[in-house]
Design a protein around this ligand. Structure first.
Ligand code: ADP
Ligand code: MG
Length: 229
């Protein structure tokens, strides 16, 4: 499995008590599998992604990314795994306002120490793959919300990740553009053999994913629960 969480418990300090955000969560996602996580606000969806992204170390349980157990790894090893194997797409595109679409992607490669030439051809390829071939020199304010989210997705793929983690990618978009983004994610998941986990509120898009999981009070179960907010 490309991504495997086993019996993960995550607690946050909450005054003199603790809050259990993830309660014995297990999850496996195979290459080419598109999994969606639905569930009410506060149920632990973003916490799940943060643990899978190696940004937070769980209190209990194991996390394995691309065959490496990262749950007990140190900061440097986790950063390396994240840089080499994980793509992250947050809800807001968080693009740098002064940079063109192409440069948003090149910054990532520069940080990773890649050669500018390799990076540039890869960045152009990715912008084509997200249907922004003609817009590589546009800055964020010259792009629509959906286009910005596509730049965001292309940027997350710059390191050729094995795992793609996406938190509510459609929340700032209208319904039609939201569907286009999810359809794009499904397509990229297949073509790049990604293990993709997407948190979403948008039940209409669940027809496009392989696996639906529901989060409720920190517990994860298969299928769409009847009540999702
Ligand atoms: P969701 O993404 O489903 O809305 P979250 O994972 O953001 O849920 O939050 C799950 C629970 O953990 C909530 O009760 C939230 O208030 C709490 N929580 C999230 N992040 C933190 C944090 N950094 N410190 C303390 N509590 C947090
Ligand atoms: Mg959230």
């Amino acid at each position: 499995m490309t991504l495997a969480l086993t019996d993960v418990v995550l607690t946050y300090p909450d005054g003199d008590r603790t809050l259990t955000a993830l309660d014995h969560v297990s999850l496996t996602v195979a290459p080419g599998e598109f999994a969606a996580v639905v569930g009410p606000s506060g149920s632990g969806k973003s916490s799940l992604l943060a643990v899978a992204a190696t940004l937070i170390t769980p209190s209990e349980g194991t996390v394995s990314v691309a065959g490496q157990d990262v749950s007990r790894a140190g900061q440097a090893a986790r950063t390396r795994v994240r840089r080499d194997h994980i793509g992250i797409v947050f809800q807001q595109a968080n693009l740098l306002p002064s940079l063109t679409a192409l440069d948003q992607l090149l910054v990532m490669a520069h940080l990773a120490g890649e050669s500018p030439r390799t990076a540039s051809s890869r960045a152009r390829e990715l912008l084509l793959a997200v249907d922004l071939g003609g817009k590589e020199h546009k800055r964020p304010h010259q792009l629509s919300g959906g286009e910005r989210q596509r730049v965001n997705i292309a940027r997350a793929l710059m390191n050729s990740p094995a795992v793609l983690l996406v938190d509510e990618p459609t929340s700032a978009l209208d319904h039609r553009r939201g569907e286009q983004i999810v359809s794009l994610l499904a397509d990229l998941t297949q073509k790049n053999d990604l293990a993709t986990v997407m948190v979403t509120h948008d039940l209409a898009t669940l027809a496009m994913v392989d696996t639906v999981l529901s989060m409720s009070d920190g517990r994860l179960s298969e299928g769409a629960a009847t009540q999702v907010a």
